[in-house]
Structure formats: structure tokens, C-alpha cells
Design a protein around this ligand. Structure first.
Ligand SMILES: [Zn+2]
Length: 128
């Protein structure tokens, strides 16, 4: 069997993939937290919610391009917020998780603060 390099996927496919992934995370969260989980929202800002200045980009995992899809539960609103990071922040979290699995690092606090701000802004834009 010959292996063939896949051409890079168009952005739209990557986005559909990410949204499908968020959907499955949402289903998992609902199973875990029940009715506390009311909705899902995907962060579509241009800048990484971790550092707020680098664009969100792909990170290489075992030589393949990959987007680092993450999600966090905004408990106050019962919203599962899905997001992508820049490769620098994604690597930082990846490395920290390897050392201390399931532990929050300060970067997580920044990410959550930025995402909550973005989500509130999104809600305000809906009201307008
Ligand atoms: Zn970043």
C-alpha cells in the first residue's frame, strides 16, 4: 500500500471538524453535569485567548498539522465554551499537562478570563 500525503484541508473543513468536536464535548458535558449545561459557544476571535496577541494557528502533532481544540465550562452561565489557541500557548499547556495532569496553570486563568469577556461581548452584540 502506498501512503500519500493529503493536501491541506480548506479552512472550512477544519472549522466543521472543530464544531463537530465541540458537539461531542457538549454531549459529554451534559452527561456529566446534566441540566447545568445549557448551551455551547465557540470562540471565533482572531487572536489567541491565551496571550491575546498571537493569531490562532495550527500546531504540529507528530508531524501533522493540528488545531488544538479545547473547551471550558463557564459554570455561571452553564455554557461550554470551545476555543482554539496559538501554537505557543497550546504547547505551554500541553507541556504543563504532561508534567501535572489535570492541573490548572496561570495561563488557564487568562484564557478563561478572556473567553468570558468575549462571550459577554457576544451576548451584548445579540441584544443590540
Ligand atoms: Zn497564545
Amino acid at each position: 500500500m502506498k501512503s500519500r500525503r493529503m493536501p491541506p484541508k480548506p479552512a472550512l473543513d477544519a472549522e466543521a471538524e472543530v464544531l463537530a468536536l465541540l458537539d461531542s464535548l457538549f454531549t459529554q458535558a451534559k452527561a456529566q453535569f446534566g441540566t447545568a449545561v445549557k448551551g455551547q459557544w465557540f470562540y471565533t476571535g482572531d487572536l489567541c485567548p491565551g496571550c491575546s496577541f498571537r493569531p490562532i494557528d495550527a500546531m504540529r502533532v507528530k508531524g501533522e498539522q493540528a488545531l488544538s481544540m479545547n473547551a471550558f465550562m463557564y459554570r455561571e452561565r452553564g455554557v461550554l465554551i470551545g476555543y482554539l489557541l496559538c501554537s505557543v500557548c497550546a504547547n505551554q499547556i500541553f507541556k504543563a499537562a504532561k508534567k501535572n495532569p489535570y492541573q490548572q496553570i496561570p495561563l488557564h486563568d487568562d484564557i478563561e478570563r478572556n473567553l468570558i469577556a468575549a462571550y459577554r461581548k457576544h451576548l451584548t452584540s445579540l441584544d443590540a
